[in-house]
Design a protein around this ligand. Structure first.
Ligand code: C5P
Length: 220
């Protein structure tokens, strides 16, 4: 069988990561969390005191950190210059700064190159989740999914993940990040014309996984 490439895009809190990981595991495919890569480069910028309000300062060092993603869906990993950063990339500080870093074209060019190389070398194929996978990174993907959900459903899921977080503050932060990601000049968050849109607001995770698995099997 030929390798199958699946692109899963959408805003945060729509269930992209849980869905993508489960679909990859079920179908024996590799898995890539591209948000983790942008978070990793952001973590490096913060750790090295780069002024992230200055795009030219970010651009000047965008090539410096070595970012390596492990693509086993059972145990995805991410390192920066050999350091495991799976924990530190999920802090509120990184989350609040990642949109500014990911908007810089030099950062996107660099990370996009890593993504294409990983997709090309996945033996059975890969599920790649992000914001611009179907539109920019892998425009020839065999299947493109665009996940959506109401702001309420997304904030409720995120607050569940971040135990005890205030739901209104969570919703505001989510909406703000999506606006920044959707309005940037270089490959914004967008649905590809040929993507299948799935509204997950009233679906369980199992239902979303089942839906995507069926769509992949139709393509194989
Ligand atoms: O998916 P996650 O919430 O971890 O993504 C973190 C951030 O990384 C997004 O808010 C966005 O700024 C950036 N990102 C991106 N392009 C992608 C994936 C993530 O710009 N393909």
């Amino acid at each position: 069988a030929q390798a199958v490439i699946v692109a899963i895009d959408g805003p945060s809190g729509t269930g992209k990561s849980s869905t993508s990981k489960a679909v990859a595991a079920k179908l024996g495919l590799s898995y890539l969390d591209t948000g983790a890569q942008y978070r990793a480069i952001t973590w490096w910028m913060v750790s090295n005191d780069i002024d992230i309000t200055d795009p030219s300062a970010i651009a000047a060092v965008a090539g410096k950190p070595e970012i390596v993603s492990g693509t086993d869906p059972a145990e995805p990993t991410i390192t920066v210059d050999g350091t495991d950063v799976a924990g530190p990339i999920r802090t509120q500080e990184v989350t609040s700064k990642v949109s500014a870093v990911s908007a810089v074209p030099e950062v996107r060019a660099r990370i996009t190159e890593l993504q294409r190389a990983l997709a090309a070398s996945a033996p059975a194929g890969i599920v790649v989740e992000g914001r611009d996978i179907g539109t920019t990174v892998l425009p020839d993907a065999d299947l493109k999914i665009f996940l959506t959900a109401s702001p309420e459903a997304r904030a409720a899921r995120r607050s569940g993940e971040l135990k005890g977080a205030d739901i209104n503050a969570t919703r505001e932060a989510l909406v703000k990040r999506d606006e920044a990601d959707s309005s940037r000049k270089t490959s914004p968050l967008a649905k590809a014309d040929d993507a299948v849109e799935v509204d997950t607001s009233d679906l369980t995770l199992e239902q979303v996984i089942e839906c995507v698995v069926t769509l992949v099997e139709e393509k194989r």
